[in-house]
Design a binder for this molecule. Structure first.
Ligand SMILES: Cc1cn([C@H]2C[C@H](O)[C@@H](COP(=O)(O)OP(=O)(O)O[C@H]3O[C@H](C)C(=O)[C@H](O)[C@H]3O)O2)c(=O)[nH]c1=O
Length: 185
């Protein structure tokens, strides 16, 4: 498994090895053993899978508050999407900084988004399927978010008028939110 850093050092791009042959290919899409070998301690308890029918669908920015904070391992299994992670940890030298990575069924790349980060994505194709592993179960009472178009974060999503859920239209602003996450630099 290839492990690459992004401009946010704790957010990693993982590319498992694809074994191609005349039939197509095979990949171990996730393996605790591969994580052990890479020195990544994160373990997962829940798999999620979403389908977005139209390109330009934006889901995010979401997180779960402690004690149900989630790390996520995100991959796109049909189509393509622009995956966004934002450092939401007070004390981090990258606090408020974001990174965008294109994930697609074709490139087979995965984004490891640690606890303490906001996560969201915008689809680049119709019928885009995203599958992601979570390190903690869904906890509606801890579910929270920040506005996708927050002026402080100024994220470049590559879209101006995305398809949003009602919930995502009214998420709070970064400036109005105290992060529940801290990290000692
Ligand atoms: C996340 C989740 C949702 N649900 C139910 C709750 C709603 O009735 C329905 C849709 O939930 P929501 O609109 O929050 O789904 P997304 O907008 O795709 O949110 C997710 O997408 C962004 C990108 C994320 O990073 C989070 O994992 C997650 O917030 O599924 C569950 O039953 N379990 C779950 O783990």
């Amino acid at each position: 498994m290839l492990v690459e850093q992004t401009t946010l050092p704790d957010v990693l791009i993982l590319t498992p090895r694809r074994f191609g042959d005349a039939r197509g290919w095979f990949v171990e899409s996730h393996s605790d053993q591969a994580f052990d070998r890479a020195g990544i301690p994160t373990r997962f308890v829940q798999d999620n899978h979403s389908l977005s029918a139209q390109a330009g669908t934006l889901r995010g920015l979401h997180y779960q508050r402690p004690p149900m904070a989630q790390a996520k391992l995100v991959r796109c299994t049909k189509g393509a999407m622009r995956d966004i992670a934002v450092d939401f940890r007070r004390g981090s030298p990258h606090f408020g900084q974001w990174v965008a990575v294109e994930l697609s069924a074709e490139n087979g790349q995965q984004l490891l988004v640690p606890e303490g980060f906001l996560h969201g994505f915008v689809t680049l194709t119709d019928d885009c399927e995203v599958q992601y592993k979570c390190s903690a179960p869904y906890a509606p009472d801890c579910d929270a978010g920040i506005r996708w178009d927050d002026p402080t974060l100024a994220i470049d999503w590559g879209v101006t008028d995305p398809i949003l859920s009602d919930k995502d239209r009214i998420q709070p602003l970064w400036a109005d939110t105290i992060s529940p996450f801290t990290v000692t630099p």
